[in-house]
Every structure is written in C-alpha cells, then in structure tokens.
Design a protein around this ligand. Structure first.
Ligand SMILES: [Zn+2]
Length: 68
C-alpha cells in the first residue's frame, strides 16, 4: 500500500485561502490564489472544490480542499 503524506491534502476555509491566511504545511509560508496551479471541480459541493497549490517558497505541491 502506498503511504499517503497527510500534508499533501489539507482542508481549508475558502475565504481564508483567498485572503492568504493559509500556511503551507511544509514550510509555513502563506499561500493563496497566486500559488494555484490547477483547480479541481470533481469534489462537491461548490466550484472550485479543490485546487492544487505549489508553494512559492519551498516548492512543495499539495491539494487544498475548500470546506466552504
Ligand atoms: Zn512551503
């Protein structure tokens, strides 16, 4: 079985993300819309449901799931 790094997928408040209040789980840098590399529409309920983010500081790539 593959080991999943739980930091690869974080659940965030959508508004907080848009306001750059979310920290990268790897280095703590603030990330927001400018760090998005891809938006996902396949996780309900409201688009965009999730996004792939590449941290501008450490380069780690992870998913953010919008809970609202
Ligand atoms: Zn980072």
């Amino acid at each position: 079985m593959a080991v999943t790094d739980s930091r690869r997928r974080i659940e965030v408040d959508r508004h907080a993300f848009l306001e750059y209040q979310i920290s990268c789980p790897y280095c703590g840098a603030k990330v927001g819309p400018r760090a998005v590399t891809r938006e996902h529409l396949d996780v309900p309920p409201n688009p965009p449901y999730a996004a792939t983010v590449k941290c501008p500081k450490c380069g780690e790539i992870f998913e953010v799931l919008f809970r609202s």
